[in-house]
Design a protein around this ligand. Sequence first.
Ligand code: IPM
Ligand code: MN
Length: 353
Amino acid sequence: MKALIAVLPGDGIGPEVTAQAVRCLELVAARFGHQFELTEAPVGAAAMDLTGEPLPQATLSLARSADAVLFGAIGDPRYSDPSLEVRPEQSILGLRRELGLFANLRPVITYPAVYHASPLKAELLAGVDILVVRELTGGIYFGEKHRTETSASDLCSYTVPEIERVVRLAGSLAAARRGRLTSVDKANVLETSRLWRTVVNRVIPAEFPGVAVEHMFIDAATMHVLRRPADFDVIVTENMFGDILTDEVAMLPGSLGLCPSASVGDGRRGLYEPIHGSAPDIAGKGIANPYGTILSAALLLRHSLGLDEEAVAIESSVSQALAEDVLPADLAPRGAAYASTQAAGDAVLARLG
Ligand code: IPM
Ligand code: MN
């Protein structure tokens, strides 16, 4: 098949990890007989340096015209002051909004080879396979904001259609997995959560009768995902709760560096990025973990291009590399030798071969 893939490496370790994922996509294209046109564009602080804007029009147009977007990371210490008017983060928020990417899928599985890297005991990690579906274009992130000298407010609002579409997606994903859906909210306090719960209770039994729903408050959820992570299948939640919960859940496999994500909307187009940030402290040293970005490329193949076999080939190559102890610095035991970014990429390519 032919596909146009926009590659937005961004800042910090973004370009290093993206380069490895691009090599994997190129090898997949050669091995499976596809034509991928991979076109790069600047985003985040890198784009601010070039154009003054974190999301230049040309980058947005490329993303719009592409079948999928592969995104690295954004953020730079030079622009880390949260009160700046123009900041790198605006690029990813703008892309989500402009491309209508209303759901963020963050799958988290654990790998026996790196149980040692997890802050949790190995006995809790066996069989963990969680998919968090985070609402991505609503809630407190995008509500009206006010600021005076002495007060500030961020509005959290949701409409029924905004909740329905993400809940429906989560329901269909749960139906295709183990049939369990946990909806996370704060319905004992928040009106938006009470509306959320009503929609879940209407949509899931009617449209996905085989899916068992449970509701959980966000504070309890943050505890249960650590206490009994293997019990969870699909978790659906609003934007802010999902932001926090996914960083927590991403520690189960041992490092943020291993975790991919897919941001999707109505059509097939999506944006794929590792869930880690730009890690300026290790940028340019060639030691960043590229697996999260490589696994994001696998999600890209599956969700935007419908290439499941190719996605599985990448995923099993990463699993094999981990099983054979090709461990980047964030996963290697303290003091042990570790694989460079390039060596980890090489290991995946060799197994994709
Ligand atoms: C994420 C990030 C973003 C978010 C930031 C960079 C705006 O933390 O993708 O989870 O809060 O959504
Ligand atoms: Mn986040």
